[in-house]
Design a protein around this ligand. Sequence first.
Ligand code: CP
Ligand code: NVA
Length: 340
Amino acid sequence: DLTGPQILRMVSHAHSLKQVSLPWLAPQSRNQKNTRLRMPSQSLFNKSITLIFSKRSTRTRVSAETATVLLGGRALFLGHDDIQLGVNESPRDTARVLGGMCQGIFARVGDHAEIEELAKYSPVPVLNALSSLWHPTQILADVLTLHEHAHLFEPTQIPSPGPNKSLPSLRPLTVAYVGDSANVLHDMLVTYPRLGHKLRVASPPQPAYQCPKAVWDRVTELGCNKDIWWGSDPREAVNGADVVVTDTWISMGQEAEKEQRLKDFAGYQVTEALCREGGANPNWKFLHCLPRKKDEVDDEVFYGPRSLVFPEADNRKWTIMAAFECVFQSIPRSSLIFRC
Ligand code: CP
Ligand code: NVA
């Protein structure tokens, strides 16, 4: 729901929050003795945020809980066995009740329609922590990680951090995604082209692995389609890629399809050989939202020097913190900038 400039402002805010909270990471602090921990603003002081998670989570949950603490608020984790939602109560009634007690809802759901319903009936802002179609906070972390590592893409031009700890600028990149058309890819489709990057996607040719119509409609509505190439050959997808991204072939809830999916995705594993044969930029870097299975990427890439996966995971916290600060600190519904 954000524009390109709004996405960059939020990522830049995340970068500032990270530097305030971890000042010893800032380049200008490395030679200084005074690296005392400073506090981010206490913008969620006395506020309670509910985390409705109907699916498992490590990064998103812990990011949300720890970020809320740093902002002075309280996060209430509500797993699917903890509340009435989905068993005895509708999303509509749950949204109204939680919104009467808390100042924000961060929800991980199954079907995307569930979060639309929560957002429709909640009196407080609702932010998507992952749904069947989208995973917006993941892409904020990916964008922050690429900006932080901008120097890796331009070895001869080290970008200056600029005044006021601003976000390092990033040259236009070619980002390749090899794998399933799932929530993480869908947010890449509506994000990278609006930030000036090109996207190349390879998914198996069967209809089940193509972009859902609701997502592609949004991609075309935003005009992102003109910067997206989509085929079924993973080697063709990584041609000229500066960054190669993948995700699990078996998303949460698809466990029954595992056997069929492993067959259909044969040949789509991200490896050094695939990227060399496909003609990726020799300096290509690797991203993965995690959790990772060995099917979609081998150990050589995942644990190798190209991999940015752990800085990417760390950045979930700072980007979720920025999103919480922007979305949850102002209560009036009229100021809501993203509903899902
Ligand atoms: N990337 C991600 O969303 O991880 P979790 O499922 O562990 O939250
Ligand atoms: N596509 C994956 C992302 C996990 C963060 C899933 O939905 O399970």
